[in-house]
Design a protein around this ligand. Structure first.
Ligand SMILES: Nc1ncnc2c1ncn2[C@@H]1O[C@H](COP(=O)(O)OP(=O)(O)O)[C@@H](O)[C@H]1O
Ligand SMILES: [Mg+2]
Length: 254
């Protein structure tokens, strides 16, 4: 069985790639077979988040061009996660719908797509081929305004927004931000996960180790696990004494 879940956003820089890498690892920890594909061709950085070669030979492009088949285009990350990274590109390339569909058809398990921001042609292809859509946004007006357009596209294409959810990333309780109620009302989809603004996540990107491995007790890591469990209908009990572990991590320099 294969399920395609795309991680999309209107605005760039909201936390799609952090969500893709951490959610993929969290799902894998829970026993799922996961393949993460970097479809943000012009802004590809899933490989950077995972400390893979920035211009890999096994890539989405090699599968689209046919120099590799879908399976050969997959790289095995040190965690065992399967990744189809994107090649270094200085301009956007349009993915051929049929070729991309063929790639997806060769895969099984959960296919997590790190999508490009905005509404380019590739985003339309990705939404058409997705079973579920995760719209990542931040609690700021420009990010939410752009997310509204994505939800509109999903509604138009699928006829409903039943399998479309919001992940609110970099959520911090400061003034001059939209609250959850306002965001849900604007987007017309539920917020299923609130990933806090987390310094550990920023550090983990610098270290190129996804935060759920870099600091499994960090607030963002726990929220990513909760999201993974919700997606696959599993129960997840956050680790006991996580706050103590976080505190100990801090005094040890993390
Ligand atoms: N939960 C978070 N807490 C703190 N910083 C974050 C969080 N999520 C993302 N970031 C920061 O935002 C930047 C952009 O995140 P990224 O996942 O690359 O966004 P996108 O893929 O949407 O462009 C990261 O480099 C990181 O510094
Ligand atoms: Mg990205």
């Amino acid at each position: 069985m294969r399920k395609v879940i795309s991680v999309v956003s209107g605005k760039g820089g909201v936390g799609k790639t952090a969500t893709t890498s951490n959610l993929a690892l969290a799902l894998q920890e829970m026993g799922e077979k996961v393949i993460a594909i970097d479809c943000d061709i012009a802004g590809s950085n899933l490989a950077l988040h995972l400390d893979l070669h920035p211009n890999p030979e096994r890539s989405l492009q090699s599968a689209l061009e046919g120099t590799k088949n879908a399976i050969e285009a997959i790289t095995l990350h040190s965690t065992g996660l399967m990744v189809m990274p994107s090649r270094h590109a200085i301009k956007d390339e349009i993915m051929d719908y049929e070729k991309f569909k063929k790639i997806l058809d060769r895969l099984d398990g959960i296919v997590l797509i790190d999508a490009p921001p905005g509404l380019n042609e590739n985003l339309h292809t990705i939404i058409d081929l997705s079973d579920e859509v995760i719209v990542v946004t931040n609690p700021e007006i420009p990010a939410v305004a752009d997310a509204i357009k994505i939800v509109e596209v999903v509604k138009k294409k699928k006829g409903n927004i039943e399998n479309c959810w919001c992940v609110l990333a970099k959520a911090n309780e400061v003034k001059h931000q939209l609250n959850e109620g306002e965001i849900e009302m604007a987007l017309e989809i539920p917020i299923v996960s609130k990933i806090p603004y987390d310094k550990d996540l920023k550090r983990s990107i610098f270290e190129r180790v996804p935060v759920i491995r870099y600091n499994p007790y960090s607030l963002s890591a726990i929220e990513y696990r909760k999201l993974a469990a919700w997606l696959i209908n599993q129960n997840y009990e956050p680790p006991k004494y996580a706050s103590i572990a976080r505190f100990l991590g801090k005094i040890r320099g993390r």
